[in-house]
Design a protein around this ligand. Structure first.
Ligand code: FUB
Length: 603
């Protein structure tokens, strides 16, 4: 029953408020989801967002009581949008229990979600496949029957550079099959990887399980090396890894990534690269009421050692730094959350999800909101079958300065939506935004989305046609040919630069007349390669007093052909003497592959 978790989070936060006078949420953004218990993370980077697929531990569970899977997504690794539950046990008519650890792979313009479930007719654990045209579903049963059956769990898919896809899974064994390109059938039989001490570390005192490998394989390739990250030596588990020269081994044990910690006797890992960083997802029992059967997914940012090994690190409550900022002047879903206390989410009649079961004192934190020179009003989409209440717009903390208060009326139904607007003063710069709810006792109202309007001039955009919707207008290239193209990251067009003959060549714009000496500028641009995986960055070439210097505006990030990567950074621009030329451009660090850019901004 979800209200139990809701009350626990709210009570714990109130207790901490009393003791410390600082909201516990001020610095804590891990675990990622506070509205339900989540487990078994499987991240996927697609079109510039991280999609996080999880299991769902029911409140008060005393076993792995799991009936559905959940999806969240983020473009900044700090604020996560709840997409609800697009797949559950009922998706698979032949399954009756154990919606356990799954993994999503993208191929054939489709998303395939491999999950272990219990087959009703046999009572055995098998692997089923859901399929969808969208990363957020809904997913349907791709086969109408299990894909594989060996009474084991925890599927994981890896697609090698040659196109061969492998489905790994297993506890206590480690199995794989070679998937066909349709991703829902396989060739050959089930292969069992030889579990040796050299490959997976030695476990003592367990003749049935002589190596550390327990469950939850996560196989991927980086710089030509194959990694297998897995849950080791139950119980409790720690996260360890092995490497190999091929997808099928031979594996060499490399040691611990995350030691046993975090109040859950299982752990389960997933690793992705996003926006130039590497991220390690896992679960623990860190939420109030949390434990081995009431787990929560969390994430840490890490850097590979120069020899490709993975450093050992610990769980944190802070989580990774935010990538860029959140724009309050475009519509934001209420269920886009860095940290929430007391509330839940549910499907909204208008589409997507809404925040629900809001009570007096509950609040939502949205991290790193870029107000610029100032907001003048706040608009919220709300519904209430009761008397409504108030939304206090606060900065910095749940008890921080109130910059606006919107009154929410009763609307005659929990899904009868109306829009309310209230004035805002004093919301400037980049701040953590807290929406704190107030009113009488009981449920106050539901909340679907919000948006600020700008009272000042706001940050000035220096680029012309940053959306790329107006063809090549405003853009030139320092090498090769520019064309208006698809795919687009947003809207319908992107900009493609082909025929480059040097790595530094790319689309550019002259911004000489708009630059202010000593000012900080924030850059954001989405980039996708036409071939290969070149590294890209945005640069500003400044010529002053006859000398040209180069300012890196964004960190360097590997981009690929399979999706969009966002390059973003904030940089102070300065020069001495007379500025004669300033050129914003996107370049690569090596190679001449063509690449696309979209939704570029320099402000
Ligand atoms: O969530 C149920 C099971 O617990 C998963 O399948 C395992 O990986 C462990 O996390």
């Amino acid at each position: 029953m979800r209200p139990l978790l809701r009350r626990l989070v709210a009570l714990t936060m109130s207790a901490l408020l009393l003791v410390t006078l600082v909201p516990a949420s001020a610095n804590a953004d891990n675990p990622i989801v506070q509205t339900i218990y989540t487990a078994d993370p499987a991240p996927l980077v697609h079109n510039g967002r991280v999609y996080l697929y999880t299991g769902h531990d029911e409140d008060g569970s005393t076993y792995f009581t799991m009936r559905d899977w959940r999806v969240y997504s983020s473009s900044d690794m700090a604020n996560w949008t709840d997409h609800g539950s697009p797949m559950s046990l009922s998706t698979f008519s032949w399954a009756d229990a154990n919606a356990w650890a799954g993994h999503v792979a993208y191929r054939n313009n489709k998303f395939y979600w491999y999950v272990p479930v219990r087959q009703r007719s046999t009572g055995r654990m098998v692997i089923g496949v859901g399929v969808s045209n969208s990363p957020t579903g809904p997913f349907t049963d791709a086969l109408g029957r299990p894909l594989v059956d060996n009474n084991e769990i925890d599927p994981n898919v890896f697609i090698d550079d040659d196109g061969q896809a492998y489905l790994y899974w297993g506890n206590p064994r480690l199995a794989y099959v070679r998937l066909n390109t349709d991703m829902i059938s396989y060739s050959g039989g089930i292969n069992y990887i030889s579990l040796t001490a050299a490959g997976f570390g030695a476990r003592s005192g367990n003749a049935q399980r002589p190596t550390l490998y327990e469950e939850g394989p996560w196989v991927y390739k980086r710089n030509g090396l194959y990694y297998n990250v897995f849950a080791a030596e139950c119980c409790g588990e720690f996260i360890a890894y092995s490497t190999a020269p091929s997808a099928t081994g031979p594996w060499t044990y490399r040691g611990t990534i995350m030691p046993r910690q975090g109040a859950s006797f299982t752990n389960h890992a997933g690793i992705v690269d996003f926006a130039g960083g590497s991220y390690f997802f896992y679960h623990n029992g860190a939420l109030p009421g949390g434990g081995g059967f009431t787990r929560s997914v969390a994430v840490e940012k890490f850097t590979y050692n120069s020899n490709g090994t993975i450093p050992q690190f610990n769980m944190t409550t802070a989580g990774p730094p935010q990538v860029g900022t959140l724009n309050p002047y475009t519509r934001q879903e209420a269920e886009t959350i860095a940290w929430a206390t007391g509330v839940e989410t549910e499907p909204a009649s208008e589409g997507g999800m809404n925040v629900a079961y809001i009570e007096n004192g509950d609040n939502i934190k949205i991290k790193g909101v870029a107000f610029g020179t100032g907001a003048s009003s706040f608009t919220a989409r709300v519904a209430s079958a009761a008397a409504g209440g108030r939304i206090e717009v606060r900065l910095g903390s749940a008890t921080g300065t109130v910059v606006g208060t919107c009154t929410v009326p009763g609307t005659g139904g929990w899904q009868t939506w109306t829009t309310v607007t209230c004035p805002v003063t004093g919301a400037t710069g980049t701040r953590d935004l807290y929406l704190r709810f107030a009113g009488n006792s009981g449920n106050l109202f539901n909340f679907n989305w919000w948006q600020f309007t700008g009272g000042g001039s706001g940050p000035t955009e220096l680029l012309t046609n940053g959306t790329m919707e107006n063809g090549t207008t405003g853009w030139t290239t320092s090498g090769g040919t520019l064309s208006s193209a698809t795919p687009a990251y947003a809207g319908s067009r992107s900009l493609l630069n082909t025929g480059r003959t040097a790595a530094w060549q790319g689309p550019n714009q002259n911004v000489t007349s708009q630059l202010t000496n000593g000012k900080s500028y924030t850059t954001s641009v989405w980039v996708r390669s036409q071939s290969g995986t070149p590294s890209a960055k945005a640069t500003l070439a400044i010529t002053a007093n006859g000398t040209t210097s180069y300012l890196q505006l964004t960190p360097t990030a590997a981009i690929n052909t399979g999706g969009w990567t966002r390059l973003t950074g904030t940089t102070t621009v300065s020069w001495t003497g007379t500025l004669t030329n300033a050129s914003f451009y996107v370049e690569t660090t090596a190679g001449t592959d063509g690449f696309y850019i979209d939704d570029a901004s320099f402000q």
